[in-house]
Structures are given as C-alpha cells and as structure tokens.
Design a protein. Structure first.
Lengths: 147, 147
C-alpha cells in the first residue's frame, strides 16, 4: 500500500487567511490541524489545531490558566472576537516545525515514521510541489490494522 | 458557558492496555489522542495520537523516514504487528507533558488557555479526581464561534 491509496482531500488555508476562518474550518470538520499553502498551492506549514487559540488567549492566561477565571463568563464566552482580522501567518509557531511532507509512493511504514518523528497526525502528499492531499493518522491506522 | 456544558464522553485506556488496542480506538473513532487513567479512573496522562506509532516504527526510520522505503511493501504494510503486546505505559513519552486537566466550572477562556499552553486538543474534566469526560478543541471552537 502506498500514500496514493490513502489520500484524503484536506482543506487548506493561506498565510493571509484570517485565523477566525481557520477556527471555523477546524470546528466544522473536526480536523487535527490545517495545511497552510502558498499562492502556488505548495505546503508551507501545518497549523496544529490548538495553535488557533494562541493569538486569542492573553499571555497571562496561558502562563497560568487559573487566572483566566477572573474574566467574567460573558467575556470568556466571546474570547475569539479578540482575534479580529489577524492572520494565520501571525498564528504560526515562531519556531516552525519540521513539515511532514511525502510523495505518493511512500509506504505505510514511511508515513508512520514521518508522523512519529514530527508528532503530526497528518502528512501532506505532494507531487512536484503540487499538493495532492493528505494522509491522516486515522486512515493510516485503519489500513495498517486491516492488513 | 462552563466546562460542564461542553462535556463529551471520551474513551479511556489504562497503563497496561496494549498499544494495538489504543491504535484501534484511534482508528475507529478518529480521536486526537487518548486519555490514560489509573485503576481508580483518575487521569494519568494523555497519549497523543501519533505517539502510538512510536513503538512500532524502528528508530532508524524515525531518524530518517526515507530509510523506511528500503523495507518492502508487504512488510511495511504490517508494521503494526511489531507492537506485539507492548503496553500504553511503554508508549508514553519519556518526558510526560503537562496534563490538561480542569474542573466542571472552567470557562471557555480557561479551557482555551489550557489547550494553548499544553498544545492539547482536549482537556480532561475531573471532579474530586473522578473523570467526568473531556472538552475537545472542536466543541470549544464550535461553541465559541456560536456565541
């Protein structure tokens, strides 16, 4: 079995997509993260799901989540509005992670090695810099358990 | 809105659950990870999804995933059999991550702060050490976008 047999379509965002749209995609589709592509559609980064919260949560709350409780419930409910029109570019981790990218010929073991190494539940599959889709941990495990 | 309004049931595994069973749960339910509980049902750790691959993939392949391609396809397809009866305890990261745990009164902002801080897409909700369930990033985002 090869990566091409496990491909799923995976929604992408651009570096200048508003983070709030990225949050909406994650909420609607229950994805583990989003693929960030450049203008030519080539993968630039993975935006891990929890990272969309990073810009919306004040630093003092991240340092000590218990401090977040001093914010009253009504304001706590609407914390995402603080994202305004900030973009995915601003939300990406400062130290970019190794990008889990492979090609359509990758075997199950190769995809698993890449996920284990990068701690990513998805691998982008590209052919000549063109994004074909992704292989998710869920699909990989289902196929590997089925063989 | 409080954590108690966002609770979902979340499957748990024990420290001596075979990793292959954890992999099956992840494959069947498309979860971002699993909650590891002790005999009394109290959360001990989060097993991030990609971590189930860690024991199954030889170290040299993790160091350089391209090396995995020298393994022929038939053996690559069945790499999970190498897990044998190894347990979740052996699969947990050596350096345990901060455990994202909160209580039923936590606000949306507090849960978001915990997810952003621990980079976890789920928070375990406990009451007097008893696990009530989890709040997932997906539910949190859906509610926060809806308000």
């Amino acid at each position: 079995m090869r990566a091409r047999d496990l491909l799923v379509e995976f929604p992408t965002v651009a570096l200048d997509t508003p983070v709030i749209e990225a949050a909406r995609l994650l909420a609607e589709q229950g994805l583990p993260g989003l693929m960030v592509v450049d203008g030519a559609g080539s993968p630039q980064a993975i935006l891990p799901g929890p990272q969309v919260l990073w810009l919306a949560v004040p630093g003092y709350c991240q340092d000590d989540p218990a401090l977040a409780r001093v914010v009253d419930e009504r304001h706590a409910d609407t914390f995402l509005t603080s994202l305004g029109d900030r973009t995915v570019r601003e939300a990406l981790p400062a130290k970019p992670r190794e990008l889990p990218v492979s090609d359509p010929d990758a075997t199950l073991l190769e995809l698993a090695a890449l996920m284990a190494r990068t701690r990513s539940p998805l691998v982008a599959i590209v052919d000549d810099d063109r994004l074909l889709g992704a292989v998710t941990l869920q699909t990989l495990l289902a196929k590997a358990l089925d063989t």
